[in-house]
Design a protein around this ligand. Structure first.
Ligand code: GRF
Length: 188
């Protein structure tokens, strides 16, 4: 059975999509740990599912934070999923899990990505740019924030009256589907 570790910082709806997909066997894997860099509802979702949930301190220096997280991940882990994880991991961590860390981002990368681009800011940027479509991207994690190789994207049309909140809501729905599909495929 493949082993998954999921890193979260927020509501954890993408984590929940993974947990549901594991439960209904769309994803053939075991979530062995959920790690959060702040107290968040994602941790609560993990606890409710009976999965070991760990809290690390996002205020630590990047290398210490990365080291603490590394110590919580079993060496035989098959995939690390950044599902709304906001801290930036250091080069040593990323290199030691080369091609085994993926991230989900709520835009059509390379548009509207990079450090500081998260939450409503991403959707507002798509609206401000006058884009007619947005979407979500799952990509491998490299040392460049949101810059790793793209694995899959899902397009979402932007309506004229969309607000950042409404676009976020629309995109999030497809994030859940895209992330589950990619995780299932990578572990198959
Ligand atoms: C998602 O939009 C994800 O793309 C981004 O952060 C958000 C996390 O949402 N990286 P949730 O915590 O999974 O509900």
């Amino acid at each position: 059975m493949s082993k998954l570790v999921v890193l979260v910082s927020g509501g954890g709806s993408n984590l929940q999509a993974i947990l549901d997909a594991v439960a209904n066997k769309t994803i053939s894997a075991q979530v062995v740990a959920v790690i959060a860099d702040r107290d968040c509802y994602g941790l609560e979702r993990a606890r409710q599912a009976g999965i070991p949930a760990y809290l690390v301190d996002r205020k630590l220096h990047r290398s210490d934070l990365s080291e603490q997280i590394a110590q919580l991940i079993p060496l035989d882990c098959d995939l690390i999923v950044l599902a709304g994880f906001l801290s930036i991991l250091n080069a040593k961590f990323i290199q030691s899990w080369s091609n085994k860390i993926i991230n989900i981002h709520p835009s059509l990368l390379p548009k509207h990505g990079g450090a500081g681009m998260w939450g409503l800011k991403v959707h507002q940027a798509a609206l401000d740019a006058g884009d007619s479509e947005s979407g979500c991207t799952v990509h491998y994690v490299s040392e460049e924030v949101d810059g790793g190789a793209i694995i899959a994207q899902h397009l979402v049309a932007i309506a004229e009256d969309d607000t950042a909140e409404r676009l976020q809501h629309k995109v999030l729905h497809f994030e859940h589907q895209l992330l589950v599909a990619v995780v299932a495929k990578l572990l198959a």
